[in-house]
Design a protein around this ligand. Structure first.
Ligand code: NAD
Length: 247
C-alpha cells in the first residue's frame, strides 16, 4: 500500500491543474501567529480595530495598532521552507495557482507568481478617495497616520477589513481556479473564515481531490478532505516536493 505522501505526489503528478489554498497556518513557521486560538492575535488586540467603519471614523487611533501588528511585526517575517516549496512546485509545473487568505506577502517574497490575493496584501497602501496605491516601502510610517499626496486622505492598508467586500478580481480568479482544478492543496486553514472557505468547497464539489496539510483537524478535514497530511507546512511541503521530483 502507498504511503500518504506518495499518494499525494501521484495525484499531483497526474493533475493538469493543481491549486493551493493557503491560510494563516503556512506563515506560523515564519513567526506570524494566526488570529484565532491560544496564541492568536485576537487574544492580544481588539479585532474592532480592523472593522472598516471603525477605521474610517478613528483612522489615527487604528493606525497605531495597525503599524504594530502589520508593519513593525509582520514586516520582520521572511518566507519559510513551505512557501519556498510551493514556489518551486510552480516553477517545475506541478502547481498552477495559489489562492491565499494571507496578507503577509510571503508567497510573493518566496517567488510564487500566480497568486490570487483573496484578502488583499499589506505591502500596499491605498487611498480610499482617489484609489492611488502606494508600496508601503515608499511611505514614511514614522509619522501617523499616513496620508495620500493627492487629497490628504488617510491611507488604508490594501487588505480586506471586516465589513469590506472581497476584491472582484481576486474573487473571480479564485473561483475560476476552484472550478478548473483537479487537485486542491488546503494548507493551514481552519475553514472558519467565509467566504474564503467556499473556494476549496467549490473545488471539491467540482470533483477535485482535496489534500489537506495541517497539524490539526479543521472544518475541511471533517467535510471535504480526501487525504490529510498531518504536520507542519514547513516540513510536509518540502518532502512532497522531493517526492514529486523523485517520481
Ligand atoms: P486560522 O488562524 O483560522 O487557522 C490557522 C490554521 O493553521 C489552523 O487550522 C492551524 O491548525 C493551522 N496551523 C498552525 N500551524 C501550522 C503549520 N505550521 N502548518 C500548517 N498549518 C498550521 O487561519 P485562517 O483559516 O487562515 O483564517 C484567519 C484569517 O486571518 C485569514 O483569512 C487571514 O486573512 C487572516 N490572517 C492572515 C495572517 C497572515 O497573513 N499571515 C495571519 C493571521 C490571520
Amino acid at each position: 500500500m502507498k504511503d500518504n505522501l506518495s499518494l499525494a505526489a501521484e495525484k499531483i503528478s497526474n493533475s493538469s491543474f493543481t491549486l493551493a489554498f493557503t491560510g494563516a497556518g503556512i506563515s506560523v513557521e515564519s513567526g506570524i501567529p494566526p488570529f484565532r486560538g491560544e496564541t492568536g492575535l485576537w487574544n492580544k488586540y481588539d479585532p474592532d480595530i480592523l472593522e472598516i467603519n471603525y477605521f474610517y471614523n478613528h483612522g489615527e487611533e487604528s493606525w497605531g495598532v495597525i503599524r504594530d501588528i502589520f508593519y513593525d511585526f509582520f514586516g520582520l517575517a521572511s518566507p519559510n521552507p513551505g512557501h519556498y516549496a510551493l514556489a518551486k512546485m510552480e516553477e517545475l509545473g506541478y502547481l498552477h495557482a495559489i489562492v491565499t487568505q494571507n496578507i503577509d506577502n510571503l508567497h510573493q517574497m518566496a517567488g510564487s507568481k500566480n497568486i490570487a490575493e483573496f484578502h488583499g496584501n499589506s505591502s500596499r497602501l491605498i487611498c480610499p478617495e482617489c484609489h492611488t496605491v502606494y508600496p508601503v516601502t515608499a511611505v514614511d510610517l514614522s509619522i501617523l497616520p499616513p496620508r495620500c499626496h493627492n487629497d490628504q486622505q488617510i491611507l488604508k492598508p490594501d487588505f480586506v477589513f471586516f465589513g469590506e467586500g472581497i476584491p472582484a478580481e481576486a474573487w473571480d480568479r479564485s473561483f475560476d481556479y476552484a472550478d478548473r482544478c483537479q487537485v486542491c492543496l488546503v494548507i493551514g486553514s481552519t475553514g472558519e473564515v467565509v467566504p474564503a472557505s467556499y473556494v476549496p468547497q467549490k473545488a471539491s464539489q467540482k470533483g477535485a481531490f482535496i489534500i489537506e496539510i495541517n497539524p490539526e483537524e479543521s472544518q475541511f478535514t471533517r467535510s471535504i478532505t480526501n487525504l490529510h497530511l498531518r504536520g507542519k507546512a514547513g516540513e510536509i511541503l518540502p518532502k512532497l516536493l522531493e517526492k514529486l521530483v523523485e517520481n
